[in-house]
Design a protein around this ligand. Structure first.
Ligand code: CA
Length: 676
């Protein structure tokens, strides 16, 4: 009897053990609310890894997790102590991104790890219907209340055969006045994985397309078959966008390094950034949560375009000191350069803004010398009399590069900055554009945060230029507007090559750079040439309708367009009329069609008004039939379109009974459709 009893308890405990192991194994898988996207956390030999799949197909193979602290290696020797998986839901409003009201639903998994019997690390996952995100929480150890993160193991092992769409990280202290890196390099498209950029990896966000073999079971989410397929042997499967969000002065801005083949990993800043000052590694006060790593996955580019993951995972860091407003503005520098930042021409641009019904003028570098503070106060009064506010340019320097433009030394230290901002508040300055930052090290991320925080106290909106990518900042900092972090319109002035490639680049940003953060591009030029007399300088290759379409496609809540006062008389009246009423804030975005570098067609909604906008970079005219469920069947819409010579016109056209419209966009041309 006794033997039998022993046997059965052994069996019972074995059975119990089996139950608990299998339940732990089960708990390590998180499914999205719609069960399409899932993450599996694995622990093998004390090393945590994760994999991602969508509709049963592997999107990320087993990839490393964890980080190395200066006091402890948290990539190995870990035991999973506890895991909690629960649904999370958040609703928020944000006027300054692609979608004004967001309902975020996800499954959260908090995995608590012990090292040497002590609770040392949490790995937190979130899985929504289109995004996976994870971050770490590091706990103190034996009186160690701060720690240096020496490296992150965080990896992204994409399947073999993945195609890449990437922006190389530049080396530090290069480019104009040794101002790099500032996220201003050319994308490489449709390339196989395996390279490491120019040797320094890639700036976020990074877009990938998986090989077609993974996509066979995936239902399409759009009625439009992708017409711009990749080349022979390239991926034709799901799309994956990797980025990060929630980065502030508590961490460094990261990049993506190639780790061999189609494997990538998180990289920290380069030692030379900030003129060599400051560490490449973040120091964090414990317990500390690291920024989120985000992975957006979709069977088409719809999920990539429509994701709100950069804002879903962050919270406001302070309250807005006033109700900030948004809209369009004028900007002389892009056509007329530094010498135009004088009193008389800025007065003209205030009049130009007033004529367009715009709310602001952006006055660029050297205004402190060429206009001066007293006369700036006079300009501000003049602007107020016309209903036009002023954005003022500042150099962020400082001691991190040789950018000589003034005002200098006003933004890098708190006392001078707050004195300047108090003057702005007295003068009624609306906002600032701060340029020429020094990389992604922790003190530089702290400077971004300090400028934003101080500016909010004085009711000032902030645009960054020559800078890093924003990482959730629209929601974290209510007075944050946009960042450059792209090869922006200035390059169209500086070189014909950029003009020749304008449409190609314009067809990249909506899918990559601009989908994770507001982009200060400064586009929609209506001059034929980039010069004050419209007779000299680089030639614009793109059409007037292209200029209108990019005003919709490129998202930023404040847009200082590259139009010039002469456009009131030398540009088509329909183009000026469109630019007078184009919104800068949006309630919704929908991907309709496109392919990075080839063409793009989006729909954006402002209130009850839909704007359909498209551009084409391909030599072959884009001919397609759009299904537009936002307009009634057989309804009349207004179509802005180009003919084969890129001459634009506006006409009323009717949708068919299936709410469809056949359209053609020539190379370097555009398209805009508005409901009646
Ligand atoms: Ca720039």
């Amino acid at each position: 009897m006794k033997q039998k009893f022993l046997l059965s308890t052994t069996l019972l405990s074995a059975f119990m053990m089996f139950i608990s192991i299998s339940s732990v194994a089960q708990e390590n898988k998180l499914n999205s609310p719609d069960s399409q996207l899932s993450v599996t956390l694995n622990l093998s030999g004390g090393k945590p890894t994760y994999s991602v799949s969508r509709a049963g197909a592997v999107c990320l193979e087993n990839s490393p997790l964890g980080l190395k602290m200066d006091f402890e290696d948290l990539t190995q020797g870990l035991t999973l102590k506890e895991s909690n998986i629960q649904p999370v839901k958040d609703e928020y409003s944000l006027k300054t991104i692609k979608q004004s009201r967001v309902t975020y639903e996800a499954t959260e998994g908090v995995f608590q790890f012990e090292k040497d019997g002590r609770h040392a690390l949490d790995i937190i996952f979130r899985v929504s219907n289109r995004d996976v995100a994870f971050r770490y929480v590091v706990y103190p150890k034996k009186g160690r209340l701060v720690g240096v993160v020496q490296s992150e193991a965080s990896g992204f092992n994409l399947p073999d055969g993945t195609t890449t769409f990437l922006c190389p990280q530049s080396k530090p202290m290069g480019g104009f006045a040794r101002t790099s890196p500032s996220y201003e390099t050319s994308y490489t498209l449709d390339e196989p994985a395996g390279k490491n950029g120019w040797g320094e990896g890639y700036t976020f966000p990074c877009l990938f397309r998986l090989p077609s073999k993974l996509s066979t079971s995936l239902p399409p989410t759009t009625s439009l078959p992708p017409t711009g397929g990749a080349g022979e042997g390239l991926g034709e499967g799901p799309w994956v966008l990797i980025s990060e969000t929630g980065t502030d002065g508590n961490y460094v801005g990261c990049r993506l390094l190639n780790d061999g083949g189609a494997a990538y990993k998180i990289g920290f800043p380069q030692a030379g950034e900030m003129n060599g000052v400051g560490s490449t590694t973040p120091s964090i006060a414990l317990p500390a949560a690291t920024p989120w790593r985000t992975i957006t996955v979709g069977p088409t580019l719809k999920e990539i375009v429509e994701t709100t993951v950069p804002w879903d995972l962050v919270q406001p860091k302070y309250k807005a000191s006033r109700e900030y407003t948004y809209g369009c503005g004028t900007w002389s520098w892009i056509i007329k350069m530094d010498s135009s930042c004088n009193f008389d021409e800025q007065k003209q641009y205030i009049d130009f803004a007033a004529a367009l019904g715009y709310r602001s003028v952006l006055i660029d570098a050297l205004w402190d010398v060429q206009i001066g503070y007293e006369r700036m106060e006079e300009l501000a009064r003049y602007g107020r009399s016309k209903g036009v506010g002023i954005f003022l340019w500042y150099n962020s320097n400082g001691a991190w590069n040789d950018a000589p433009q003034s005002p200098l030394g006003k933004m890098d230290r708190s006392a001078a900055r707050r004195r300047e901002m108090a003057w702005m508040q007295r003068t009624g300055i609306l906002g600032i554009k701060v340029d020429f930052f020094g990389g992604d090290k922790q003190p530089m991320m702290q400077l971004y945060e300090d400028i934003l925080t101080d500016a909010n106290e004085f009711g000032i909106q902030v645009i960054f230029h020559g800078c890093t990518l924003p990482r959730g900042w629209e929601r974290m900092y209510p007075n944050y507007v946009a960042s450059e972090a792209v090869l922006a319109s200035e390059n169209l002035h500086f070189g014909q090559g950029a003009c020749d490639a304008e449409a190609r680049n314009g067809c990249i940003h909506p899918f990559i750079r601009n989908t994770v953060g507001s982009m200060d591009f400064g586009g929609s030029t209506l001059n034929k040439r980039y010069s004050a007399d419209n007779q000299h300088g680089t030639y614009r290759r793109t059409s007037d309708v292209y200029a209108l379409a990019t005003a919709v496609l490129f998202q930023s809540s404040v847009q200082h367009f590259a139009m010039a006062p002469n456009n009131l008389t030398d540009a088509p009246a329909w183009a000026i009329d469109f630019m007078k009423q184009v919104p800068t804030t949006w309630d919704e975005v929908r991907f309709l069609d496109g392919y990075p570098g080839k063409y793009v067609i989006f729909a954006r909604r402002n209130g009850d008004k839909w704007y359909i906008a498209g551009i084409n970079a391909e030599a072959k005219p884009l001919k397609t039939t759009l299904t537009l469920p936002m307009f009634p069947a057989k309804s009349e819409v207004t179509l802005y379109a180009d003919d084969a010579t890129l001459t634009g016109s506006v006409k009323a056209v009717k949708l068919n009974k299936k709410q469809q419209l056949s359209i053609t966009i020539p190379q370097n041309g555009g398209l805009v459709i508005l409901g009646k």
